[in-house]
Write a protein that binds this ligand. Sequence first.
Ligand SMILES: Cc1cc2nc3c(=O)[nH]c(=O)nc-3n(C[C@H](O)[C@H](O)[C@H](O)COP(=O)(O)O)c2cc1C
Length: 213
Amino acid sequence: MIDITQMRKEYMDKGLDKDDLDDNPLKQFELWFNQAINAQLREPNAMVLATTGKNMMPSVRTVLLKIFDEKGFVFFSNYKSKKAKDIEENPKVAVLFPWLDLDRQVKIEGTIQKISTKESLKYFLSRPKGSQLGAWVSHQSEIVTSRSLLEAKFDEIKNKFIKGEIPFPDFWGGYTIKPEVIEFWQAGTNRLHDRFVYTLQEDSSWKIERLAP
Ligand SMILES: Cc1cc2nc3c(=O)[nH]c(=O)nc-3n(C[C@H](O)[C@H](O)[C@H](O)COP(=O)(O)O)c2cc1C
């Protein structure tokens, strides 16, 4: 067994200075996101979403960012899942992009809400048929006794919708996270990492502060 206490990486100091940052964190995110794509990171749009329901127990899982703009960060999911229940109880969430191959992470905290059915439908129609069917088959986060049951359900749904378009499931759609805090983290040498946090102000401007690593 490898001694994991001795596993550490020496970071190259790419450095991040306040002058390097855009005043608008969405623009800064776009810049880093494009760099993550150009660096051919695997699934750069994968983000770890943390929710906390009324039992106060945090829960995390990976979801895929599908849209981002001034209104927020959008992913799609099942509206009856465990995360959906947490969100109904408490709309405050956090997401993390672990762009480890770039020695970076971005953390976002904010308030989440469902997007409109019209917007969800637009995305649903753009998905491949298999994914559209998958949305119907999975009662996400419920207990299943076997994989074969899931596959039987998939075949049943496939036969049911064999002709024409696959209908839009009303228990599925997008969520948008409206950011209130966005932190950009870049590894530095000697563990002196650069951290900048943008905090949304009452007048809708963003305050930028450096944090100790
Ligand atoms: C790379 C990756 C991408 C994923 N993308 C999504 C997604 O976009 N939406 C989604 O609902 N689940 C996605 N999942 C599955 C979730 O991580 C999770 O298992 C599922 O949403 C159920 O979570 P819950 O029980 O906490 O609600 C993804 C998993 C991985 C590993």
